[in-house]
Design a protein around this ligand. Structure first.
Ligand SMILES: [Zn+2]
Length: 381
């Protein structure tokens, strides 16, 4: 369960994609006109549009014709400046069909609350996909209002040549309080588990195939390290409340990990932490979660914009509590990539209606590619 303290609609931003002006559409007669007439018609039009755009930039005026062809202006992400040269690498592409299939397989286990049989099967399923990787367990017992539960965060580490760590986190548990209702959490729990498996594939492929030139790890030395920061993937456990969402009944795995990493000094090394949650909705609408680090949210938006996916990001905003919270509270730059508008009025969230038929491979692709592009941009800073 994820708590919204007062989601509000920020107003849809204009996500104009077209910057090219098709004059033959604007003036249907032009194609049939003699050359001199074309020049007479098109030249003043071009001047008029150019000057309108100029005015719009300078004054913020909203002449509708100009605005409709303007890309959305997004302030550049702050934080450390880029020191890298021109970026000529190909853009990332996850295997969206494979992620969708992973989601289906994870969902097929049924309810997967902390400690139940299906949860254990899913743990084995995750480990089976990480064979040969550097995998670490963070296992402990949580004392909850419903008794004691075994909790297990699974951490898959891909070392990098740069000093610092990028953490990508997503929960794999479903809600204890929804047990026996037929709840399977395809989007909430399923999609996050699956997308992390695909990130592992991408990171592994890039490390073993240094000449592939694919983001987010375009090259690797003989050491097998990725060219960039270390990336740690965390399948977090116990994100969901066992009874009613509160500071003490939620985020069991993430709170434990943040505490542990604070004590052992890991937190100081984390350059960015990104949480994936409910990212498979066919009607993808990633909220700008205001409980996050603004420059990292902006960087994700810039990555989405580079790939042409910006219309799926930040049409709404509001504070949401999720696995990033224990980290952002400790000063770690953190972002939550979440679509908490799942069905009309969020009607599929935490109900037996959270099933595969509501999801789309395209949504997984949009989030997957955008996240890999964000990692790539972080690497270049
Ligand atoms: Zn949930």
């Amino acid at each position: 369960m994820l708590k919204i303290e007062g989601k509000r609609i920020a107003g849809k931003t204009l996500n104009g994609r077209a910057t090219r002006i098709d004059t033959s559409e604007a003036l249907p007669c032009v194609a049939l006109c003699p050359l001199w007439l074309k020049i007479c018609l098109v030249l003043p039009l071009a001047i008029a549009i150019t000057s309108t755009l100029g005015c719009d930039k300078g004054t913020g005026a909203t002449a509708s014709a100009a605005v409709s062809i303007m890309p959305t202006a997004v302030p550049p992400a702050s934080g450390p400046a880029s020191s890298a040269g021109p970026d000529n690498e190909p853009v990332p592409h996850i295997d969206a069909k494979r992620v969708f299939e992973y989601t289906r397989e994870v969902t097929a286990f049924g309810e997967r609350y902390m400690g139940n049989e299906n949860h254990k099967k899913l743990e084995r399923y995750i480990y089976d996909h990480l064979k040969g990787d550097e995998v670490e367990d963070d296992a402990f017992t949580a004392d909850t209002v419903e008794g004691k539960f075994p909790v297990r965060n699974i951490i898959d580490k891909f070392p990098g040549t740069k000093d610092g760590i990028i953490v990508i986190m997503g929960h794999y548990d479903t809600n204890y309080w929804l047990r026996g209702t037929g709840y399977v959490g395809a989007n909430d729990g399923g999609s996050s588990t699956a997308i992390l498996l695909e990130y592992a594939n991408q990171l592994r492929d890039a490390a073993s195939n240094p000449k592939a030139g694919s983001r987010p790890s375009s090259s690797a030395g003989a050491s097998g390290k990725r060219a960039g920061y270390s990336v740690w993937l965390v399948w977090s456990d116990g994100e969901e409340a066992v009874k009613t969402w509160s500071d003490t009944d939620s985020l069991y795995g993430a709170r434990h990990l943040a505490e542990k990493w604070e004590k052992d000094g890991t937190l100081k090394k984390i350059k960015a932490l990104m949480v994936m949650d409910m990212i498979g909705d066919a009607d993808l609408d990633i909220i700008r979660n205001t409980n996050c680090t603004p420059w990292l949210l902006d960087l994700i938006y810039t990555a989405a914009e580079r790939l042409g996916y910006q219309s799926h990001f930040y049409a709404t905003e509001g504070p949401i509590e999720d696995d990033h919270l224990p980290f952002v509270k400790r000063g770690v730059p953190s972002a939550d990539v979440i679509d908490l508008d799942y069905g009309y009025n969020n009607v599929f969230h935490h109900t037996p209606q959270d099933t595969m038929d509501k999801l789309s491979p395209k949504s997984l692709e949009i989030v997957g590619d955008t996240t890999l592009e964000t990692i790539h941009m972080l690497d270049r800073r």
